[in-house]
Ligand binder design. Structure first.
Ligand SMILES: Nc1ncnc2c1ncn2[C@@H]1O[C@H](COP(=O)(O)OP(=O)(O)OP(=O)(O)O)[C@@H](O)[C@H]1O
Length: 263
């Protein structure tokens, strides 16, 4: 349902700052795939997500969603197809608006109507029902300003809002990295629950290799703009972080310590 074919992206070409961020990326996701993406700093993980969301246009290659070539479709025109949660809990929500106003905006994402944050009683009931899934008590705080929520609560809300309009693809860009371990664990659990309940096709970037092994049905490792390892559910079962580092060393002939990937 999502296919990247020979996708290349170079920043500042022909200058001293030239950086080949993506080199011939080939990636095919089946409906309902939940893929975790790991890789060293600067490997190209965020650039892949940006190419899928439409924030960046590749220099060459194609991106198709449901067989539709969206390579040159701008991000706002892809909004109904792609949901995204960023690392920064501040990024996905508007702090000065209430929970229900934020949800009303998310509800209209990708629609042709004007954006609006008007909330009818019927909507309010639906929002409360959706929020109750999070088990954070937010359904009783619909009128609270989002800026007053904790980082974990905001990320949980961002996650819910990103999946509101049933996007074809959900992109998670280190969305638990800025949270303390307990809240990161909570948001990871909610992610698994929402992705499973809605059957969402998902790409999740993480620096946490243990999480990458545990979550989802497939694991992709990137390095220097390329996909260097792609493990299916069976191949990743029983693997440890040490095994992953070993695979990396074998493939790249490089030695790497835990920190490089985990940072
Ligand atoms: N907008 C940009 N302008 C210039 N160079 C960029 C831009 N975005 C990314 N790059 C460069 O492209 C390469 C890949 O970056 P990218 O952010 O995709 O890596 P990443 O795997 O997400 O890294 P990290 O784990 O550090 O976030 C890096 O060398 C980065 O400096």
């Amino acid at each position: 349902m999502l296919t990247l074919t020979d996708v290349n992206k170079t920043f500042f070409p022909g200058t001293v700052n030239e950086r080949r961020a993506l080199r011939g990326i080939e990636l095919h996701l089946r409906e309902g795939d939940f893929v975790t993406v790991i890789g060293s700093n600067g490997a190209g993980k965020s650039t892949v997500l940006n190419v899928i969301s439409g924030g960046l246009t590749p220099d060459s290659g194609t991106v198709t969603i449901d067989k539709r070539n969206v390579t040159r479709l701008k991000d706002h025109r892809r909004a109904a197809l792609v949901g995204r949660v960023f690392q920064d809990p501040m990024a996905g929500t508007a702090p000065h608006l209430s929970i229900e106003e934020n949800m009303a905006i998310a509800d209209k994402r990708g629609a042709t109507r004007m954006l609006g944050r008007g909330v009818t009683n019927a909507k309010r009931r639906r929002f409360a029902e959706e929020l109750s899934v999070l088990e954070l008590g937010l359904e009783d705080r619909l009128k609270a300003k989002v800026g007053l929520l904790s980082g974990g609560q905001r990320q949980a809300l961002s996650l819910l809002m990103a999946t509101f309009s049933d996007p074809r693809i959900l992109l998670l860009d280190e969305h638990t990295a800025a949270l303390d371990p307990q809240r990161a664990e909570l948001v990871t659990r909610l992610t698994e629950q929402i992705v499973t309940d809605k059957g969402l096709t998902t790409l999740m970037v993480t620096h946490n290799m243990e999480q990458a092994l545990r979550v989802g049905n497939r694991l992709v490792m990137m390095h220097d703009g390329q996909i260097i390892l792609d493990l299916d559910e069976e191949q990743k079962r029983g693997k440890t972080v040490r095994d992953l580092l070993g695979e990396f060393e074998k493939i790249k002939g490089a030695t790497l310590d835990d920190k490089t990937l985990l940072q």
